[in-house]
Design a protein around this ligand. Structure first.
Ligand code: NAD
Length: 301
């Protein structure tokens, strides 16, 4: 029987692991936070005594941790929270990291796995907590073909759209590029609404035109930053996330790292990083990132 070790049972990992357990897969979960372990037990996940104990019994290891250094520390064996997962695993175990981390961290982590006699995929997700709960996540996967095909049935149980983006690190590359588009377009849409307001154009009129013209994009038609035109967007509920500002800022930090690594002239991406760093330093941290419109509006001379 397939046994999955699921390490990191937070906002995303908890419901993702629960979907695997619901599908009849044996899931051994672990997290450092006792409250996450209680929630996991309630969702039918068997909780292991430690990450190492979970991994030692598993054929496949899924990690859903905050950042790249957490993944590298968990894979390795040093530091207070470093769990030595690679050393504890059976030979040739498939390690799937679903955390959002830097492309170069993903490559370091995968290299460590391969050096330890295992296989590795980077498989970050989009779709947020709601997508994790409803098993509608999008997975962007980097790694070998054969490993991707082995992982796909598992990812299908947690997501709706699974894309093999190429070799190691390219799942993270897809995630960072997508979120850079998202940040820049959300700012552009917000600026357009504020400009329209000042020109005397109603929100609805701008929406009716742009949503059927070349300005059409997700930031407008799903995450519309003004209340009214799209009743389900966060603007209709005082910008409760949705996708919180601190997470967008984190992802733009990864974009900034990737831009520095490659030397690409991505000025809008870097400016978006600056704008969301300010937003996330204040109350925007826990508001939807489309709330950036309020900052833009407050700055009108
Ligand atoms: P979270 O902080 O809720 O969960 C992370 C969990 O990892 C925590 O419960 C923490 O205790 C645990 N953890 C950390 N180190 C550990 C270790 N060594 N061993 C065991 N457990 C450990 O974060 P989240 O919102 O679930 O996000 C997880 C990842 O998914 C992040 O990389 C994030 O950027 C990404 N992501 C989040 C969202 C979202 O909407 N929350 C959407 C897409 C991607």
């Amino acid at each position: 029987m397939t046994t999955i070790a699921f390490i990191g049972l937070g906002h995303m990992g908890g419901p993702m692991a629960a979907n695997l357990a619901r599908a009849g897969i044996r899931v051994l979960g672990f997290d450092l936070v006792p409250a996450s372990l209680d929630a996991a037990r309630a969702a039918g996940i068997k909780v292991a005594d430690s990450a190492v104990a979970a991994v030692a019994e598993a054929n496949t290891v899924i990690t859903m941790l905050p950042n790249g250094p957490d993944v590298i520390a968990a894979y390795g064996d040093s530091g207070e929270n470093g769990s030595g997962l690679l050393a504890a695993a059976k030979p040739n175990t498939l390690f799937i990291d679903c955390s959002t981390i830097a492309v170069d961290d993903a490559r370091v982590a995968a290299g460590m796995a391969v050096a330890a006699g295992h296989r590795a995929l980077d498989a970050p997700v989009s779709g947020g907590v709601v997508g994790a709960e409803n098993a509608t996540l999008a997975f962007m996967v980097g790694g070998e073909d054969t490993d991707f095909h082995e992982a796909q049935p598992l990812l299908d149980l947690m997501g709706r759209r699974i894309v093999h983006c190429g070799g190691t690190g390219l799942g993270q590359a897809a995630k960072v590029c997508n979120n850079m588009i998202l940040a820049v377009s959300q700012i552009a849409v917000a600026e357009a609404f504020v400009l329209a307001e000042r020109l005397g154009l109603s929100d609805q009129a701008l929406y009716d035109v742009a949503s059927n013209a070349s300005g059409e994009c997700w930031a407008l038609t799903t995450n519309c930053p003004v209340p009214g035109p799209v009743p389900t967007s966060p603007a209709n509920r005082d910008f409760q996330p949705g996708f919180a500002g601190f997470l967008m800022n984190k992802d733009l930090g990864l974009a900034e790292q990737a831009i520095a690594l490659t030397g690409v002239d991505a000025r809008l991406g870097l400016l978006a990083r600056e704008i969301y760093a300010d937003y996330a330093a204040g109350e925007g941290a826990h508001r939807d990132f489309s709330g950036i419109i309020e900052t833009i509006r407050s700055r009108v001379a």
